[in-house]
Structures are given as structure tokens and as C-alpha cells.
Design a protein. Sequence first.
Length: 310
Amino acid sequence: MTFVFIIAGLVLLVAGGDILVRGAVTLATRLGISPLLVGLTVVGFGTSTPELVTSLDAAFSGAPGISIGNVVGSNIANILLILGVAALIMPVAVSPKAFWRDAAALSLATLAGAALVLHGELTRIAGAFLLGGLVAYIVVAFRSESRGPVVDAAPEPVPAGGIARPALLALAGIATTIVGARLLVSGAVDLAAGLGVSDALIGLTIVAVGTSLPELVTAVIAAVRRQGDIAFGNVVGSNIYNILGILGVTALVHPITVPTEIAAFDIGTMLAATLALVVLAFTGWQVSRREGAALLIAYVGYVGWLVANA
């Protein structure tokens, strides 16, 4: 039943996240909220819902290794695995304008998250600090993206239709992700106990990759459609939300003592992966196929090290 719980949990997480995003976007547009703000907030939070619900459930279930390992492991997988796969399919282009803003935000968020995790405890004050950083990022991004020449144009009409259906759809998505997270965390804890390994190892690998499936699908589709900038933005945005939003909310709701299994090696890998992302993107404004292959090899090496030292 352990693997049934894990697989069912992952399926429900992915499906629930998709349902939530569709419902929330429709609801927001019908309420007259700008598409830009919807993208920066509703879609950003929505696609990170699987990680958020999983980390919260794990924290309340007494499995901090899964809670924090999910975030650290997801950020590592997003860069080394997901961006690596996308770059192998098609070199990932990088927008210089977005790079300077988002790469700076990602670097600062990663450094802050790493420092707090290495400190050994995520308090409510730390959570509030991280969430404040996320709000600041959204404000800066919104102002940056909304700047442009003023043109005389009629305002876009608000889509017709009521709000009851999309609201119910969004609620259904939230409920589905909650059930999926409960199954995934339960299965992951049982698997760790059965294999005699720490829940942090399961959180850094199976749970992290599982909750990153929406980002993987998005990145692959974007690469196939030759929309590399979307693949890059998807990874960077997800990592920013993971640290500032998910760690922030989790710490604010349920302070966490960082387990010793989340080693300095894992934090170092996350920092190194982030640095590699920034350097590769800056040199030539793209991530090439060769560089994508190097990222994938690095991820295989990281997982191999985790398993060998379990």
C-alpha cells in the first residue's frame, strides 16, 4: 500500500494543482484582475500548491525532513533535472531584462533560505521575513512588467460569466491537493521506515521530484514549442516561490526544527545549482544542450551520493 499511496498522492497533487490554477485564473479574470497580476500571483502560487500543501502536511505530521527536504530537493531538481531536460530538447533562451530581476531575486532568496536552514530552526519571525521578501518580489516584478509606452486603447472587456463555477473549481483543486499531500506524506514516511532511511532522504528525492512534476511538464512543453524563455522563467519563478513562499508559510504556521539529515551538502548543492544557473544563463543568454547534459549528470551524481550515504 505504500507505493499505492505515493503514486495516488502524486497524481492527486498534479491534478489538483492544475484544477486550482484553471479555476483561480478564470475567477481572477472574471473579477477584472489584470492578466499580469494573475500570472505573478495566482498562477505562481497555484503551481506551487503541491509543494506548499505537502510541506505543511509534513510539518504537522512530525516529518520535518520531508517538509524542508521537499523545498531544498525541489529547487535542486528544478535546476539540474528539469532545466537540464528542457535544454536537451531545445536550448533554453533567456531574456536579459527578466534575468537581471529574477536572477537577483533567486540568488537573494536562495542565500536567505540556506542561511535560515543552516541556522537549524525556522521560526515564525523567519517565516514572516521570507514572506515579506516574496511580497517585495511580486511588487517589483509587477511594476517592472507593467512599465511601457502609454497607448490609447480600449480596456479589455471582462469575460462574461459568473464566479460560482470557477470558485468551486478552485476549491475542488485545493481539496484535491490536500488529499494528495496526505497520501504522499503518509506513503513517504512509511517508505522511509520500511527502507530504514531518514524521511529527509525521501523528501529530497521522491517527494521533491514528485511535487515538481507540474514544472517538469511545463518546461518540456515549452521546450518542444521552442518557448525557452517560458521554461527558464518557470524554473526560476518556482524556486523563488519555494523558498520565500513555501518555507515562509510553513514556518509561519508551524515553526520547524531542521533535522540533522538535511546536511550542509544538500544546502551546498542548492547554492551551487543556483550559481550554475545564473552563470550559464548569463554566458550567451541561453542554456545549451551541452550545458543541459552537464546539469543532468550533476543531478544523477547528487542523487547517487544521497543513496550511497543513506
